[in-house]
Design a binder for this molecule. Sequence first.
Ligand code: MG
Length: 172
Amino acid sequence: MSRPSLRIGQGWDLHRLVQGRPLLLGGITIPSPLGEEAHSDGDVLLHAIIDALLGALGEGDIGSHFPPSDPRWKDISSLRLLHIVKKIVHSRGYRILNMDTTIILESPKLKENKDLIRRTLSAELGIPKESITVKGKTKEKVDAVGRGEAIEALAVVLLAPEEISDSGEMWL
Ligand code: MG
């Protein structure tokens, strides 16, 4: 039997920004005149995190687990999808060690909201807030994101087998 090992995963997502939709990031609504256009609720950060978790497990991606063609997933809360994926992580014998994320958008500034996003993710994933980083960047007015027409998010996660401690040592 192969030794259990740490597993890393990365995820990326982009959504167009349109009027008349809420701007959802990490399960919270950010005050903004524009929000993500999407089949689901369009939470670009949660979609990147879900892809990172599934990628770390080698279990495909968000589209293969929750295909947009399936009416079950229309307008579904992405927090609900994250909850399902968290259960998949645990069912494979892994837990989340830490998560590093970046949200790229021109406006609004996320300074006020980063801590609430981290607390929301911490509560949902059952890991300490200190294990979650949320960074905000702009594209310096370059390309579609820079023109305010779209929003991007990136996420990297590290998973550990349940029996490995935070220091990476096997529990005896
Ligand atoms: Mg998406």
